[in-house]
Design a protein around this ligand. Structure first.
Ligand code: GAL
Length: 818
């Protein structure tokens, strides 16, 4: 759905006459929405006066603007998954943001080209939540689950001439979630206008049943809809293009009465370029639907040619090659943008994950935004798509269990039909830690859901994230899944392998190690559920939750057990809500689990995973920082995360000895280089890395910083698209006169944006920070923060100025182009 811009704008352009002749028109409804928080009795009525409502752009998250408060969705609960014995009051469990309540969106809807013989459909990529959709006062559709995409046929309510009024009512309940869900029309809304003879939403299913070096068979099934669903003698002409746009296969197929309303076409792509995370090559099938010589519809199906299987003894096999997932779990929020989807923000996350060496993402615990799936197709990430955190048995009072009986099948069917052509999707997970694992009838439910997925898509394996090891392994639940997926059970993989029939084990969720970027705590100790008075966790990466482990313990299991399929770390990025281990101590309101923080800045752990996952780039990272006034003479351990086999540490030029990786059975020393007895003295720490032959090949140095002196700005990209949506992520650092990061700096930075852009948001990655994301000022956290600048629709230059009291400011220029 590529066409952007408002219908109103299009009506004025000369291209419109031709555009209206197209058999299919697609428009993103982004602008001119009116929004009001709270329930408004007559808001669905076309004559309702909404002039005083706020004008907003969609995607829009009404709650992300705050203010934060401990009272927002205050939950008094006993979390069984966390082994809690009694109910406790948790502020910030869902982010401390005001997402609860009703909200209304309204918009004028011009539907050009609409009239007799036309159909109009709205596609919502996701609406949080309990959406009711009205056109000209008539309710035309509803969808309760806020994460799923759904289509609403509005043909019967649309007036061919003149304006229509679209109104959407949404409602969020307290205790509907275990994390920040977002609120409102937080994903895109599309308007489609087609002929009454057309290919419906998600109407194609493309598979590649045979793949050899010489050719790939492509099987394309295409559904059509006709008035009254009556048979018509139609024809479908399909062309397949390779990534360069060259036509590589064509086929013209008549619909016969025995086909019903579904075409089946079998095409052959010669010498296929295979899709993989390393070579994300895409093809596209363009199908033209004809009645006689009249073009009725045109439909694009993007796809990749790749094979997947799971086999005992081999594990997960992509294009004939066994590989282990180097995966992360991610929630859907985008930190300071909240749940409002933005392609530039998603792309930046994926660029960072690529550098990490990550090749897979589990969309926890809900359907992803279509933009994420498309980017994973294009950039090369494998997706495990997981729709549910609950089935019949609740985890939270107003969660999905309320909807399960009526909606589970409908939700799965839409999800699978939406994403089953995307090569990035390699596995479905039917649920996360559902309490039904041990409830009577739980295995039957699992089988039913897996069967629905298999019916809709027999080409991908199904798993579930299981935490109740004994129950699930003993009652048949784990045995019936295509892939047995366990959360936080590396020490029990051998037992699961022995007891279960599949011959393979996946770490669906691993580690849950906690840390705050730049915060180091002494003494340095491995600990569970460790809490400190400042509500931060230590970045020495030795602190985990009681149900989880440090990264190294999972690494050891994955390396030692050949039947493991890899892991999905909890989590790639910090997210809003679930501030464990501080979920009972406000003002903590965002997570500590991320490999990267809420601003997208890497924590030390980033380099531990990178040293393991990214074999093509050298990693040599030292921690902690080396600015510790008052710690002189005290034990201050130094760690190096590296993919070199050995290294030597020097403090002010004096060797602290050489360490070699993998020399012990103890997981930490196997994967990290650690000098535990170093005494702090100001100056510098330097590490020299040696290759396998003992040759010094790289070095890294961290110096003691002087007084904060100036600000430094660095953007992730310097040329942006002038589309009104693109974002630059600008990292601001407080540095001393020599350019060293001042690691404890907390200055408040103030931002000003001029020219062809506007200030969008700011985040510093501090889970306790209550400053709003949308004011152009924030305190640095451990010397850094990230400011987001958004383009306008004018091409030109954007200037971002950052100032802070007592420091030399900085200015950064970006270019935007059409
Ligand atoms: C898991 C759960 C995740 C998250 C995580 C935190 O048990 O599946 O959603 O809560 O714990 O460690």
């Amino acid at each position: 759905m590529a066409r952007r811009g408002a219908l109103a704008a299009l009506l004025l352009t000369p291209a419109v006459a031709a555009w209206a002749q197209q058999p299919r028109q697609e428009v993103l409804l982004t602008t001119d929405w009116k929004f009001s928080k709270g329930d408004v009795p007559d808001a669905a009525r076309p004559d309702f006066k909404d002039a005083k409502w706020q004008t907003v752009q969609v995607p829009h998250d009404w709650a992300i603007y705050g203010p934060f408060s401990a009272q927002n969705d205050l939950q008094t609960v006993k979390i069984e998954q966390n082994n809690e014995k009694e109910a406790k009051t948790k502020a910030g469990r869902t982010g401390g943001l005001p997402f609860i309540g009703t909200g209304w969106y309204r918009r004028r809807l011009t539907v050009p080209g609409f009239g007799a013989g036309k159909r109009a459909v709205l596609v919502f990529d996701g609406a949080m939540s309990d959406a009711h959709v009205f056109v000209n006062g008539r309710e035309m559709g509803a969808w309760p689950y806020g994460y799923n995409s759904f289509a609403v046929d509005i043909t019967d309510a649309v007036k061919p001439a003149g304006d229509n009024v679209l109104a959407v009512r949404l409602q969020n309940l307290p205790e509907q979630s275990r994390w920040y869900p977002g609120a409102g029309l937080y994903r895109n809304v599309h308007l489609l206008v087609t002929n009454d003879v057309h290919i419906p939403v998600w109407g194609t299913y493309l598979t590649t049943p045979t793949i050899t070096a010489d050719y790939a068979k492509v099987r394309l099934r295409t559904r059509v809809e006709t008035p009254g669903q009556a048979f018509q003698a139609l024809r479908l002409d399909t062309e397949i293009r390779d990534a360069k746009g060259t036509v590589v296969a064509t086929l013209s197929t008549p619909l016969t009465a025995t086909d019903g309303l579904e075409f089946e076409q079998n095409l052959v792509v010669p010498r296929p370029q295979l899709w993989s995370p390393e070579t994300p090559t895409l093809y596209s099938a363009t199908s033209k639907l004809y009645a006689g010589e009249v073009l009725k519809d045109e439909y694009q199906t993007s796809f990749g040619v790749r094979s997947i299987s799971v086999e005992a003894g081999k594990g997960f096999v992509l294009n004939g090659q066994p590989r282990k997932f180097r995966g992360v779990c991610n929630h859907h929020d985008l930190g300071p943008l909240g749940a409002a989807v933005n392609t530039a923000a998603l792309r930046r996350q994926l660029v960072l994950l690529k550098d990490l060496g990550c090749d897979a993402i589990r969309t926890t615990h809900n359907m992803p935004a279509p933009e994420l799936v498309q980017l994973c197709d294009e950039m090369g990430f494998m997706l495990m798509v997981e729709p549910f955190d609950e089935w019949k048995t609740p985890k939270v009072k107003n969660g999905y269990s309320r909807l399960f009986d009526e909606w589970a099948e409908k939700d799965i069917v839409s999800m699978v039909r939406h994403y089953r052509n995307n090569p990035s999707v390699v596995m479905w997970s039917i649920g996360n830690e559902v309490p039904d694992q041990w409830a009577p009838g739980g295995s039957k439910l699992a089988k039913r859901l897996q069967d629905i997925v298999h019916r809709e898509d027999p080409t991908r394996p199904v798993t579930a994230g299981m935490d109740q090891f004994d129950a699930a392994v003993n009652n048949g639940f784990a045995a019936l899944l295509d892939v047995a997926g366990f959360n936080y059970k590396p020490h029990r993989y051998p037992e699961a392998y022995t007891k279960l029939p599949q011959g393979l084990i996946l770490g669906t969720e691993t580690a849950s190690t906690v840390s705050s970027r730049g915060a180091y705590k002494f003494p340095v100790e491995k600990a569970k559920d460790k809490r400190y008075p400042d509500n931060q966790s230590s970045s020495y990466d030795l602190e985990a939750s009681n149900w989880s482990q440090t990264p190294d313990e999972e690494f050891a299991a994955q390396d030692d057990l050949p039947y493991t399929l890899g892991e999905f770390v909890w989590t790639g990025f910090d997210y809003l809500g679930e501030p464990w281990p501080y979920d009972e101590s406000w003002p903590s309101h965002s997570s500590y689990f991320g490999i990267l923080d809420l601003a997208g800045l890497p924590k030390d752990r980033f380099y531990l995973y990178r040293s393991r996952w990214n074999p093509t780039q050298p990693t040599l990272h030292l921690l902690p920082h080396w600015t510790w006034p008052g710690r002189e003479g005290q034990t201050t351990p130094v760690f190096a995360y590296t993919n070199y086999p050995a290294a030597e540490l020097f403090v002010n030029g004096v060797s602290q000895g050489r360490q070699t990786k993998g020399k012990s059975d103890q997981p930490q020393t196997r994967y990290r280089l650690m000098w535990n007895d170093v005494k702090y003295q100001p100056g510098s720490i330097k590490v020299v890395a040696y290759d396998a032959s003992g040759k010094a090949v790289a070095e890294e140095e961290v110096r003691t910083a002087g007084q904060p002196h100036h600000l430094k700005l660095t953007a992730d990209r310097s040329t942006l698209s002038a589309d009104g949506q693109d974002l630059a992520f600008v990292t601001a650092r407080v540095e001393d006169a020599q350019g060293n990061l001042c690691p404890e700096a907390t200055q408040q930075l103030q931002f000003e944006v001029k020219g062809a852009g506007r200030f969008r948001a700011v985040a510093n990655g501090d889970p306790t920070n209550l400053q709003p994301f949308h004011q152009p000022r924030m305190q640095a956290f451990h010397g850094q923060l990230v400011a987001l600048v958004q383009t306008t629709t004018q091409a030109g230059t954007v200037e971002l100025k950052a100032t802070a009291k007592g420091l030399k400011g900085a200015t950064l220029r970006l270019t935007t182009a059409k």
